[in-house]
Design a protein around this ligand. Structure first.
Ligand code: C2E
Ligand code: MG
Ligand code: MG
Length: 753
């Protein structure tokens, strides 16, 4: 477009140069001098023909019919000019003949058809009768004023034949119709991308119209000068029309769903102001002889106009409300999905060299909160999350709520570093604890990022890729962002493979339980063990539970797998006890999905009965998310408690933590999440660890530290009065036969196989 701007300036300069240069060079030859304007005019016409034809031939042009009609119209215009110049060269006379008149009129009729066609093409939905009538009022007013003041004074109807009168009236009528069409066109394109190019068309036709009208005024009065203003207007007209064809760039899809606000000055002033002017002119033509009837009529017309204006104001208010609803999400007041799609498409169309990033943000485990704490809390959480995302956005970033717990940010001019920073800031801001009523809610989010034009060039592609990336972020542990790259589809394929192979895994004995000791930190004695699931996939090799458990949870297969784990853990523990090995408790991880599925109590009972294990040797580990559905799960937990089974909260401190609720649930143990221990050298983490341990003591709960890997961590934990722990420092999770050796001989650090 920059290049076009430059060449536009060059074209204008050449024109001016020819215009003035010609006059200087042929100063002494009046005849040659008089050819200056016709030649520049004709050059403009040739330029227009070429540009219109090019626009017509371009594959991506939308209104090819329009450009074709303009090409034909301008060719006829050209023929008219040829005749004009020919006569001028032959006769040396500057007046027009009937041939030019006729050809120029035909050209204008074709232009009129072209404009009509264009308007129909682009406004199929937006154009309505009100605008048409407004412009009709405007045109009738202008027509009557033109006839009354310009034509009638020089035209004696009685002296002319009907054909002459018709021909004389044709020019102003056609020109006024063109004026009407370009007014409508201006209105229609005023918010569109092709606005600028269409503006040239409008200016061109307007200049031609004014030129024609002025000529109609001057000619009968014998005041027309071939080198006067009229010809300049015609020259400006044709060059400007031609430039529209030159500047039209790749046309874009029309946004038909845009809801238009009636702009008072633009649309209302032309008809009403012109009506008022007409009334005054009418009274003026009667010499201001106002009687009570005409006075009444004046007041009535005034009131009708006033009523119209009131109605338009009312309508505008309704339109405002409607478009607000159509484009906004009433809960968060953010723009909605429709607006998002629209914005992304427009930004992509307008993007020159800059990149546009799409960040798709999804709150992790939001649904559980919503289902359990109620929609009111859920709604409030969404509103607060929206504000927290908003807080970190710069002016070149726009936020949308796509629905549910899904948000999107569009970053225009997105550098890699800015995207990463923004994504990071969003994650951090969401991670801060939310305080809602009596709840303290920890929430995390996952973000998928795709970039235009690197990843795709359509809304659908960008959205799909950001979505894939977002799922991957969730899969790889949530609370992170993930860029889309081509390899992601490979990862998604792996996911699908795991999903479909999980079922076979159970039947063909690909699962195995590993055990990891729980240790009394001070004495380093083993006082329990945790059963951890392993999957040996025949083709993919060992797959970590961190990867397949979430998939099994999503697909519901966790219920069958979980049942297998419970039964086997109980059988194995009982077997060791029967072998006379130290009787210690086995902890089994149970997913929230298993709680929700129902029948968990029966499954546990069956596992205990089948294995003959005493309930006190079984501990159920659930994650914090269990607390989000307290009424249902607390019933199940109480039944476990009654049966004598222990309950511990796994990964404590990472998820949803309401200390209030902990007290109400029959919990024996909390397991401090590994992340606290990993970062224990950090003072704030250490003080949190201490607080949680104190809290545990106060509530009479055991606190188990997970993931102890170093002596330093161990010493810090002992110092903080933590009593029990688990981690690679003592032993990795190991196969049952190796664990048997640990039980028999006391444990030594063994490598996981
Ligand atoms: P979890 O229940 O928190 O288990 C502890 C995880 O931390 C285990 O990972 C264990 O191998 C690992 N770990 C233990 N000590 C250390 C250490 O010192 N350093 C490090 N870096 N890691 C340590 P694993 O076995 O990969 O299991 C991951 C998660 O998968 C478990 O976290 C649990 O939530 C889930 N899971 C495992 N087995 C089952 C199961 O049978 N059922 C269900 N529902 N979930 C399971
Ligand atoms: Mg666990
Ligand atoms: Mg854990």
């Amino acid at each position: 477009m920059l290049k076009k701007k430059r060449s536009l300036i060059i074209i204008i300069l050449i024109n001016l140069l020819v215009l003035f240069g010609w006059d200087i060079i042929f100063q002494d030859n009046a005849w040659l001098k008089s050819l200056n304007l016709p030649i520049i005019h004709t050059m403009g016409i040739l330029f227009s023909i070429i540009e219109f034809y090019k626009a017509y031939r371009r594959k991506d042009s939308h209104h090819i019919g329009f450009w074709l009609l303009l090409t034909i119209g301008t060719t006829v215009y050209f023929l008219g000019n040829l005749s004009w110049i020919f006569v001028q060269i032959l006769n040396g006379n500057t007046t027009f003949t009937g041939v030019e008149y006729f050809l120029w009129m035909i050209a204008r009729i074709i232009y009129l058809v072209a404009l009509f066609y264009c308007i129909r093409e682009i406004n199929k939905t937006r154009f309505n009768k009100i605008y048409f009538f407004n412009f009709l009022i405007f045109m009738i007013t202008t027509a009557s004023v033109t006839l009354y003041y310009l034509i009638e004074p020089t035209l004696d109807y009685a002296e002319q034949s009907l054909t002459t009168i018709i021909i004389i009236l044709m020019y102003p009528t056609i020109n006024l119709s063109i004026l009407l069409m370009i007014s409508i066109l201006t209105y229609l394109v005023h918010k569109r991308i092709e606005h600028k190019t269409m503006l040239f068309l409008v200016v061109g036709f307007l200049a031609t119209f004014i030129g024609d009208t002025y000529y109609t005024y001057l000619e009968p009065r014998d005041r027309y000068q071939p080198d006067g203003l009229v010809n300049y207007l015609w020259i400006i007209g044709i060059w400007s029309i031609g430039l529209a064809g030159y500047l039209i760039k790749k046309q874009t899809k029309s946004k038909n769903f845009a809801i238009e606000h009636i702009s008072l000055p633009k649309v209302v002033i032309p008809p009403y102001v012109s009506t008022i002017i007409l009334i005054f002119l009418v009274i003026h033509s009667y010499g201001w002889a106002v009687n009570s009837l005409s006075f009444g009529l004046l007041i009535v017309i005034g009131m009708i106009i006033f009523r119209q204006l009131l109605m338009i104001k009312e309508n505008n208010k309704l339109i405002d409300e409607f478009s607000y609803l159509a484009y906004h999400d009433p809960l968060t007041n953010l723009s909605n999905r429709t607006k998002f799609k629209d914005t992304l498409e427009i930004e992509m169309e307008n993007a020159q060299d800059e990149k546009i990033a799409l960040l798709l943000i999804d709150l992790d485990r939001f649904k559980v909160t919503n289902d359990t704490l109620g929609h009111q809390v859920g709604d409030e959480l969404l509103v607060q999350s929206a504000r927290r995302i908003e807080e970190v956005l710069a002016p070149n970033m726009q936020l949308f709520r796509l629905g549910g717990d899904e948000f999107a940010v569009i970053i225009v001019g997105a550098y890699d570093s800015i995207c990463k920073q923004t994504a990071d800031k969003i994650l951090q801001n969401i991670e801060k604890t939310f305080k809602l009523n009596e709840y303290e809610i920890s929430l995390t989010s996952s973000i998928g990022i795709s970039v235009y034009p690197d990843n795709g060039s359509s809304y659908e592609e960008l959205f799909k890729f950001a979505d894939t990336a977002m799922y991957l972020a969730k899969d790889s542990g949530k609370n992170r962002f993930q860029y889309y790259d081509g390899d992601l589809s490979e990862i998604m394929n792996r996911r699908l493979r795991i999903e479909s192979d999980l079922r076979k895994g159970l039947d063909s004995h690909q699962f195995e339980l590993y055990y990891q000791p729980k240790v009394e930190l001070f004495s380093k004695e083993m006082m329990g063990m945790e059963a951890l699931l392993r999957w040996h996939h025949p083709d993919l090799g060992p797959i970590s539970p961190g990867e397949f458990i979430p998939i099994a949870e999503e697909t519901g297969q966790i219920v069958a797998i979980g049942e297998w784990v419970l039964r086997n853990a109980c059988i194995q523990t009982k077997k060791w006890q029967d072998m006379g090995l130290p009787a210690i408790r086995v902890s089994v991880n149970v997913s929230v999905k298993q709680f929700q599925h129902g029948g968990l109590v029966a499954i546990v009972k069956r596992a205990l009965e089948e294995s003959g294990l005493e309930p006190r040797y079984l501990e159920i580990e659930v994650t914090e998310s269990i607390m989000q559905n307290t009424t249902e799960s607390s019933e199940v937990l109480h039944q476990f408690r009654e049966m004598g089974i222990e309950i511990s909260i796994d990964d404590f401190g990472t998820g949803y933590s309401s200390l209030n609720v902990i007290q109400q649930l029959p919990i024996n143990t909390i397991k401090l999440d590994r992340s606290f221990i990993t970062n224990i050298e950090d003072e704030s983490q250490l003080s949190m660890v201490k607080t949680i341990i104190n809290l545990g003591e106060n509530l009479n709960l055991d606190v188990v530290a997970e993931g102890i890997e170093t002596e330093y961590q161990l010493s810090k934990l002992i110092e903080s009065r933590c009593k029990i722990g688990q981690g690679y420092l003592f032993s990795r999770p190991i196969k049952a036969d190796q664990f048997e050796l640990l039980l028999r001989n006391g444990y030594t650090v063994a490598e996981e196989q």
